[in-house]
Write a new protein. Structure first.
Length: 122
């Protein structure tokens, strides 16, 4: 399945960073939420009106108020500054481990960030 955004067709694991008013939006399958097997490549790129974005991730905190710890679900290093594109390969859960669940944030300077979820299966 593919999704069209502004004349661009996105594959299931390709996401386009856009803006609606002052809110960052992630165009693509599942509204930017990702569920995939470890080893899957995922791509984020700027859409119209966006020149660069930053990406960060934390563990998905329990509802009991736990503080989420910074985590990185990709094999590639986290960009140290805003970038126009990021392509990463999801880490595989260790043998016998449960799903890996992350909250990730896409931020564009001066805008309200988007923060969907990444779930990595075996």
């Amino acid at each position: 399945m593919s999704i069209e955004t502004g004349g661009t067709t996105l594959a299931p694991y390709d996401f386009e960073i856009g803006l609606v008013g002052d809110q960052v939006v992630i165009n693509g399958t599942n509204g930017g939420n990702i569920r995939a097997k470890g080893g899957r490549k995922v791509k984020f790129s700027c859409g119209p009106g966006v020149t660069a974005f930053s990406i960060s991730c934390t563990e998905f905190a329990d509802n009991d108020g736990g503080t989420p710890e910074e985590a990185w679900p990709f094999r590639e290093p986290r960009p140290s500054a805003a970038v126009p594109t990021f392509e990463g390969t999801l880490n595989k859960p260790e043998k016998g481990a449960a799903l890996l669940i992350f909250k990730y944030t896409i931020a564009v300077a001066g805008r309200k960030a988007a923060d969907p979820v990444i779930i990595v299966d075996h």
